[in-house]
Every structure is written in structure tokens, then in C-alpha cells.
Design a protein around this ligand. Structure first.
Ligand code: AHM
Ligand code: MG
Length: 338
């Protein structure tokens, strides 16, 4: 007879976790559930992307000057709708919207949380069937009443209440943390339920991957150039030369590195000194997960989660992975200041 171990669903898991906080009223649980529900609907559209008229662009640019894909717009609307209807979130900052979306209806303005998100990260990969993701940051609001404001969203990563990502890959997973470790849930598509598949995720000690868009090499700071050469040198004790892996989709690159062990690098360049990735909804949530998985996230000189944000869409150089790899990279940058 085959014995199946108990299946723990995402909903069961977050309710169990909530019971560890005697004063919790379930608001964060409901908010995470709202995100998971929207993610399932986005997942359905992504899976059908080749079948229905959803590939391609809508002929507009977002605030970053990037062409919006139809799926970007769909995912953005879906998460906004789910969070607005859920009542726990009083404002959203999204990669796709220039300004904060404040929910000032009498239902949502009581929400204690705000969410910063990249609804569809890595969207340049959509047409080629490469993994894409959703990234989210959840903060407690700091204003007292009414719809949430920019002030609620311009908080450093150290104030995060929760963060996570959804990866739409060969399977769909939701990975999140509330500051008590990192747990991963795989969507069972036959029943539409996220089930705990990766409890207490940690970077493995045998890390040997580096992930960077080396096509930009000539624009990188000297410290990064030297670190890349270090990764390529032979040294059995440190598992070098490392393997190079780069998808061009932050969630997918980070997720692989979390499971297999590797460092992700998106440095500043001579053209873009702050790099490409956005602090509030790309760097901070991934940094929180990295730290909770025993790793580190830095802009090369400072912990990402300590950076005080000044604008919603600000960017930061981003290096994340196992602690020892990020610290090695930092030493190269600090020895080679520009
Ligand atoms: P996006 O949010 O517009 O999709 O851009 C972010 C993506 C990340 O997923 C990825 O790490 C990076 O851009 C790749 O950039 P590049 O193509 O410059 O290597
Ligand atoms: Mg995006």
C-alpha cells in the first residue's frame, strides 16, 4: 500500500503560522491568500498565452519607458483587483503605474497593509516561453487613516512584514517569507491549490553558479569585472570555475540560485549607475527572501534592506546569493572603488 504523507496547502500553512502570533487577526493571512488567488488567474493566462490573443504589446510604454506587454497589463489589473477587493490593502505601488494607487473606499481604507509589486517580472521573455514571475513586498501602513499614500510605501526593506514571488515555470510556485524562514509551495494545476513542497528553503553550501548579463561587461565597475574573472579561475577548494547561468528573468535566476547555490549580479554600469532593478518591488523582496534563506543582498557597499527609498521606482545595483559569495563580491568592489 502506498502511504502519502500529509499535504499542507498554502492556506493551511499560513493559518498555522498565524496561530503563532496570539494577537494576529488574520489580515496578513487574507492578504497573502488574495495574492495567491490573483497569481492562479495570471498563471492560467500565461499557460494559455499561445492560444489566446494575449501575447504581444498594447502599444504603450510604462513609467520606466518600457513597452507594456498585454500580459503585463493583465497581471497588473488582476493583482490590483484582488487586493482592492480583499480589504486588507490600502495602497499599491506597481512597476506598471507611475503613482501610488490609493484605495480610499470605506472598505479598503481600513486595510493595515500596503503592497509594492512587479506584477510580471521578466516580461521580455514571455514570447519565448521562458519562466517569468511576480514579485511582491508587503508593509504595514505608517499613516493613520484614509487611503494609503506614498509615505506608506517609501519604507526600507527592514520594515517588511512579508515578501515573496511567484515563478511561472515548468511548474508554478509561490515562495514567501514573513521573517520566519522561507517556504515554497507548488501549484497543483489539477485542483488549483498551492501545496507546501519546499519547506524552510536555504541556500546550499555547495554554491557554484554566477548569474550576470555579461554582454554588458565593458560597462561594469572594475570590481565586478575582476569578480567575474575570479569566478572563472580554477580552484577546487572553492568549487571554481563557477558555472555561468543567466535567464534574464530575476525570479527565475534567483529561484535557481536559491535551489542550486549561486550569486545573482545586476551591477550599476557606466550608462546606468544604479543598474536596472527597482528597489521597492524587485530588490527588497528578493533581499528579504535571500536573508531568510541564509544569504545576503547588497548594493555592493550596503545592505539592500537598509536603503531608505526616496522615490517609488528608484533603482539599485543588486547582488544577492549565499553570504560567502556576496561578501567576496563586495570585497572586490571595495578594493576597486571607481
Ligand atoms: P522587467 O521588470 O521590465 O521585466 O525587467 C526586469 C528584468 C529582470 O527580471 C531581469 O533580472 C532583468 O530585467 C534582465 O535585464 P537584462 O535583460 O538587462 O539582463
Ligand atoms: Mg515587469
Amino acid at each position: 500500500m502506498v502511504h502519502r504523507s500529509k499535504i499542507t496547502t498554502l492556506t493551511e500553512f499560513i493559518i498555522q503560522r498565524q496561530s503563532e502570533y496570539p494577537h494576529a487577526k488574520g489580515a496578513l493571512t487574507r492578504l497573502l491568500n488574495d495574492i495567491a488567488t490573483a497569481a492562479k488567474i495570471v498563471n492560467r493566462e500565461i499557460n494559455a498565452a499561445g492560444l489566446v490573443d494575449i501575447l504581444g504589446t498594447v502599444g504603450k510604454e510604462n513609467i520606466q519607458g518600457e513597452t507594456q506587454k498585454k500580459l503585463d497589463v493583465f497581471a497588473n489589473e488582476m493583482f490590483i483587483t484582488a487586493l482592492k477587493g480583499g480589504g486588507e490593502c490600502c495602497a499599491i505601488a506597481s512597476e506598471e503605474n507611475e503613482k501610488v494607487i490609493s484605495f480610499s473606499n470605506e472598505f479598503s481604507e481600513l486595510g493595515k497593509y500596503v503592497v509594492a509589486m512587479d506584477p510580471l517580472d521578466g516580461s521580455s521573455n514571455i514570447e519565448s516561453n521562458v519562466s517569468i514571475g511576480t514579485i511582491f513586498s508587503i508593509y504595514r501602513r505608517v499613516t493613520e487613516a484614509g487611503g494609503g499614500t506614498q509615505q506608506d510605501l517609501l519604507q526600507p526593506g527592514v520594515n517588511l512584514a512579508a515578501a515573496g514571488y511567484v515563478i511561472y515555470g515548468s511548474s508554478t510556485m509561490l515562495v514567501y517569507t514573513t521573517g520566519k524562514g522561507v517556504n515554497g509551495f507548488t501549484l497543483d494545476p489539477s485542483v488549483g491549490i498551492f501545496c507546501l513542497s519546499h519547506p524552510d528553503m536555504k541556500f546550499p553550501s555547495s554554491a557554484h553558479i554566477y548569474s550576470i548579463n555579461e554582454g554588458n561587461y565593458i560597462y561594469f565597475p572594475e570590481g565586478v569585472k575582476r569578480y567575474i574573472k575570479y569566478c572563472q579561475e580554477s580552484d577546487a577548494d572553492t568549487l571554481r570555475p563557477y558555472t555561468s547561468r543567466y535567464i534574464g528573468s530575476l525570479v527565475a535566476d534567483f529561484h535557481r540560485n536559491l535551489i542550486k547555490g549561486g550569486i545573482f549580479l545586476y551591477p550599476g554600469t557606466t550608462k546606468n549607475p544604479n543598474g536596472k532593478l527597482r528597489l521597492l518591488y524587485e530588490c527588497n523582496p528578493i533581499a528579504y527572501i535571500a536573508e531568510q534563506a541564509g544569504g545576503k543582498a547588497s548594493n555592493g557597499f550596503k545592505r539592500i534592506m537598509n536603503i531608505e527609498p526616496e522615490t517609488l521606482h528608484q533603482r539599485a545595483p543588486f547582488f544577492t546569493g549565499p553570504r560567502h559569495m556576496v561578501e567576496k563580491l563586495e570585497s572586490f568592489l571595495q578594493e576597486n572603488p571607481e
